[in-house]
Design a protein around this ligand. Structure first.
Ligand code: 6PG
Length: 468
């Protein structure tokens, strides 16, 4: 075969295969490489008569591709990316482009970009969201790097990305690691929303006594309104799924220990580094860790049981309505936290992100797609330099109204001893951000008292220290 293939993919797991088939659906020819012959074979079988071929041989793979080669990697983040790059290098020519489509840490992306530049190669760090289905039918794609490199593959990415009102959910986001940074924050928001939904589930199940059928109906109903989103939709589906290995519903058979691959944690870590509070996302990361302590929780549980007298009467219908409103309120504040972090990171790392563009490409294809993303996009269109969505008139009324529901449902959760750490953090974030005064004057006084760390005054310029 001649060097005529438009696009190459390394890593033919389900994501890689689906992405390649998606590319082929749009009229591009594509070659896949995987050292596992079964995966390369699976690609050939699934591709039918499409212009797609799979191989296990790196030299053959490189020879198949038209120059400058465009090669995407969909391999697990971390060392695998470096070793795949090393294995490709002897077969590449100057000007070829490597695209890392995995969930790589943005600092690794910066490092790889520098390294490959020295070798005369181009590199893009590209976030891809939407899971297996998204890869096949249209993901949201978040590219970062040199704009010239993006232009080499822009038409292919725009063809395969999800579309909302005919507009592709992909756009060049900014230089260096902008794409992977945005994907990291996407995942941080994803963690926050998932945890909020899990808490709503716990409150409705534990306090209101809703069974899976009722939960399915409530979530389906929510998905027809302001909360409409991919995560609410799949949650409704999950409650309807019977267990195929026994009686009852599958969700009740799943162990309550959540795993993680790290992107949520990275979001929290980097937010700490930049001094931006994202407490809902932090709570979601903490809850994954706490959930893993199943044995300890089991040990503690019998020592701290709660009596029925401690749990006040709750109007079930009212709780369901308020829970939906509280969730919408918390969703907005979670996106606000993530976007605030993006605004800060854009300055700190010189990404020059357009938050309108980020909102636009998140409207479809990705895990955090939701109806409210279009409102967000409009908010940033009207105020491109908006620091925080809480300052936008677009969400003012929803937040003002929703806070009451958030307070009411949280009080109920507290009365019933149901942990709602993310919802609580969402409300506390709102209460903090909207409050001109915070008691941190006292923290400054304490720091000065024990460590002579000095403080500023509200009535005079300068730096002060007191012998307390
Ligand atoms: C996506 C997802 C995806 C991620 C999973 C798992 O946008 O398609 O974010 O990239 O791998 O969400 O993440 P955790 O294993 O950390 O939950």
């Amino acid at each position: 075969m001649s060097s005529s293939f438009d696009f190459g993919m390394v890593g033919l797991g389900v994501m890689g295969r689906n992405f390649l088939l998606n590319i082929a659906d749009h009229g591009f020819s594509a070659a896949g490489l995987d050292l596992d012959p079964e995966k390369a074979q699976a690609l050939s079988e699934e591709s039918g008569d499409k212009p797609v071929t799979g191989t296990t041989n790196t030299a053959e793979f490189a020879a198949l591709l038209r120059r400058p080669r465009k090669i995407m990697l969909l391999v697990p983040a971390g060392k695998a990316v470096d070793s795949v790059i090393e294995s490709l290098l002897p077969h590449l020519d100057k000007g070829d482009l490597i695209i890392d489509g995995g969930n790589s840490h943005f600092e690794d992306t910066n490092r790889r970009m520098e390294y490959l530049k020295m070798k005369g190669l181009q590199f893009l760090g590209v976030g891809v969201s939407g899971g297996e289905e998204g890869a096949r039918r249209g993901p949201s794609i978040m590219p970062g790097g040199n704009v010239e490199s993006y232009q080499l593959v822009g038409p292919i990415l725009e063809a395969v990305a999800a579309k909302v009102d005919g507009v592709p959910c992909v756009a060049y986001l900014g230089n260096t690691s902008a794409g992977h940074y945005v994907k990291m924050v996407h995942n941080g928001i994803e963690y926050g929303l998932m945890q909020l939904i899990a808490e709503a589930y716990d409150i409705l199940k534990t306090v209101a006594g809703l069974n899976n059928q009722a939960l399915h109906e409530v979530f389906s109903h929510w998905n027809e309104g302001a909360l409409e989103s991919f995560l609410i939709e799949i949650t409704a589906d999950i409650f309807a799924k019977r267990d195929d290995k026994g009686d009852g519903w599958l969700v009740d058979k799943i162990l309550d220990k959540a795993k993680q691959k790290g992107t949520g944690k990275w979001t929290s870590q980097n937010a700490m580094d930049l001094g931006i509070g994202i407490p809902t996302i932090d709570a979601a990361v903490s809850m994954r860790g706490l959930s893993a302590l199943k044995m300890e929780r089991k040990q503690a549980a019998p020592h701290y049981t709660r009596s029925v007298e401690e749990t006040p009467y709750v109007n079930k219908e009212q709780l369901i309505t308020q829970m939906g409103e509280a969730l919408y309120f918390a969703f907005i504040t979670t996106y606000a936290q993530g976007m605030h972090l993006l605004a800060e990171a854009s300055q700190e790392y010189g990404y020059q992100l357009s938050l309108e563009t980020v909102s636009r490409i998140w409207r479809g294809g990705c895990i955090i797609r939701a109806r409210l993303l279009e409102d967000m996009r409009q908010a940033y269109q009207e105020q491109p330099a908006l620091r925080n969505l809480l300052l936008s008139p677009a969400f003012h009324d929803s937040l003002l109204h929703g806070q009451h529901a958030a307070r009411a449902t949280l009080k109920t959760a507290i009365d019933y001893g149901v942990p709602a750490m993310a919802l609580s953090a969402a409300l506390a974030y709102f209460d903090t951000y909207r409050r001109e005064y915070l008691p941190l004057n006292l923290v400054q006084a304490q720091r000065d008292y024990f460590g002579a760390h000095t403080y500023e005054r509200v009535d005079q310029e300068g730096v002060f220290h007191t012998e307390w």
